[in-house]
Design a binder for this molecule. Structure first.
Ligand SMILES: Nc1ncnc2c1ncn2[C@@H]1O[C@H](COP(=O)(O)OP(=O)(O)OP(=O)(O)O)[C@@H](O)[C@H]1O
Ligand SMILES: [Mg+2]
Length: 504
């Protein structure tokens, strides 16, 4: 197949940070190229240049044999280079309704400036249908779940008949069923001759999709794999520059009960269950999107009380009515979907780290001690392995995975009684995942730790105990030793995954 896009000698620096250093890359038509690289390697920066969000400092691109240098995202779109960005809210305008979002590019290119509402909705519905998105066209995007927002962004992108389709970590907030539908769409476009660039840290996605793999490390291409069967282990080595470390878990000796729940009911229709979390232990709850993980976390953190049941913390009744009450009692939670929920864009890295505990860094009321904050921030940057130039840099200058490390790390900076981490590994690279897992275990002594994940691999790397949640109730509980992976997978998948929104 001919190359749809060719990139030569691409360079880009942010101040003294040379992020892309002579990238050469070909994207053949009708093939899925997977781009792998550690957090901060430069993947999203490259994408932003390809789609006209940022200019390069040097280098050239050719699209279908012609020079290509988009000055704006619109120019890229019109040339046939379509991008679904890593940060979901970059793909939608949250204040507009679904129909306007889907038709946005058409509305704003003029021509049909005043599309009649009914016609607008009908056309928008067609676009939505292509990705199987069924939501009311008049609903503001702000009211959609993240998964649905992402489908809106994808649907909008696909309505442009792309020559090149770039997806930057598109599955991180999709349910299984939604991801499968996205993959089917990608395969269809591939068959139509579209060149696809797919960026992901999830090995399961990569194995499922890749025709070829390019690896990027510190701004250079460090590996290219095209021979079948693809050498996945070699690709991981090329992206990291070293072998993967092995995980070796020595099960902790459980201490006294810290958190107990009895007769806990997460939804009106689900079965009640009991749960006990002991000191020193890392308990991982594995479940699909929609299995009830989110409700469990919400109940424990005081976001939304359980439908029924009693909870106890250190032997005392525990019924937080809001997160502030939970935090006051030593229950901390790093929520999922931090990219849209938890990053404070106007704060630098330091303030984003210390945000939940700002008062502990104050000497007098409202006087925040810079020194104490700086000390915590530096310690956490080191412990979480955040790749940055300085703690005073804007949080948005970090790569996606590094922002993630800050959002998780902020809740690990202080001692908790119960630490809840909801999808802490979303968007972090394989090595960082190991490192964060090791940190979680290293500081688990004395407190109870509850980690919620979708991927069993992640559970195996960090858990003392693995609990499966399905249809809103706990269905199994076993120590993380000689795990029968197939058995757990069967338990997990038993759920007809409850969609987050109304997706057909
Ligand atoms: N606007 C910016 N200002 C300053 N530095 C930036 C900016 N955008 C990116 N960087 C820096 O460029 C480097 C590469 O970031 P990039 O977002 O391309 O990484 P990535 O490979 O996409 O990582 P991830 O897997 O975490 O998404 C990082 O060191 C990041 O801090
Ligand atoms: Mg990125």
């Amino acid at each position: 197949m001919p190359n749809a896009l060719e990139i030569r000698a691409m360079n880009k620096a942010f101040a003294s940070n040379r992020v892309l250093r002579g990238i050469d890359m070909d994207l053949p038509a009708g093939a899925i190229t997977v781009l792998m690289g550690a957090n901060g390697a430069g993947k999203s920066t490259l994408v932003k240049i390809m789609c006209g969000v940022q200019p390069a400092d040097g280098g050239t691109m050719q699209l279908a044999g012609r020079p290509y240098a988009p000055e704006t995202p619109r120019a890229a779109l019109e040339a046939g280079v379509v991008t679904v960005h890593q940060s979901i809210n970059d793909g939608v305008v949250v204040d507009l309704d679904v129909a306007s979002n889907l038709m946005l590019d058409r509305i704003s290119t003029g021509g049909q400036l005043f599309l009649r509402r009914r016609k607008l909705h009908a056309q928008a519905r067609e676009i939505a249908k292509a990705v199987g998105l069924v939501v009311p066209m008049g609903l503001p995007v702000a009211q959609l779940s993240l998964a649905d927002r992402q489908l809106v962004a994808i649907a909008r992108a696909l309505s442009h008949n792309p020559k090149v389709l770039i997806l930057d970590e598109p599955t991180s907030s999709l349910s299984d069923a939604e991801a499968r539908r996205l993959f089917a769409l990608i395969e269809k476009l591939k068959a139509q001759g579209v060149a696809i660039l797919y960026i992901s840290h999830r090995m399961s996605d990569i194995r499922r999709l890749a025709d070829r793999i390019l690896c990027m490390r510190d701004g250079v291409i460090s590996g290219q794999f095209e021979e079948q069967p693809l050498d996945y282990a070699g690709a991981v080595r090329a992206m990291l520059g070293h072998e993967m470390t092995d995980v070796d878990i020595t099960l902790a000796t459980p201490g006294a009960p810290v958190f107990e729940a009895s007769g806990l009911k997460l939804r009106a229709t689900t079965k009640p269950f009991d749960m006990m979390l002991r000191a020193n232990e890392v308990v991982v709850v594995v479940g699909l999107v929609g299995s009830g993980k989110a409700q469990l976390a919400s109940a424990l953190f005081g976001v939304a009380p359980p439908v029924a049941g009693e909870m106890r913390l250190d032997g005392r009744a525990y019924a937080p009515r809001n997160p502030a009450q939970a935090i006051a009692q030593g229950v901390f939670m790093a929520a999922r979907d931090r990219r849209s929920n938890a990053v404070v864009p106007d704060f630098d890295i330091r303030r984003n780290f210390t945000l939940p505990f700002a008062r502990r860094h104050s000497k007098a009321a409202h006087m925040i001690s810079r020194r104490s904050e700086m000390h915590t921030a530096r310690r956490m940057i080191d412990e979480m392995g955040v790749k940055c130039q300085s703690p005073g840099d804007p949080i948005l200058s970090l790569s996606g995975g590094n922002q993630q490390k800050v959002m998780v790390g902020r809740w690990m900076a202080e001692e908790a009684r119960l630490l809840i981490l909801d999808e802490p590994f979303q968007g972090v690279d394989i090595q960082a995942r190991r490192d964060i897992g090791t940190r979680i275990r290293a500081q688990a002594e004395g407190r109870a730790t509850l980690v919620l994940v979708t991927e069993l691999d992640e559970a195996l790397e960090v858990a003392d105990r693995i609990v499966v949640i399905c249809e809103g109730t706990l269905v199994s509980d076993r120590p993380n030793r000689d795990i029968d992976v197939a058995a757990i997978m069967a338990e997990v998948a038993d759920t007809p995954a409850q969609p987050e929104g109304q997706v057909a």
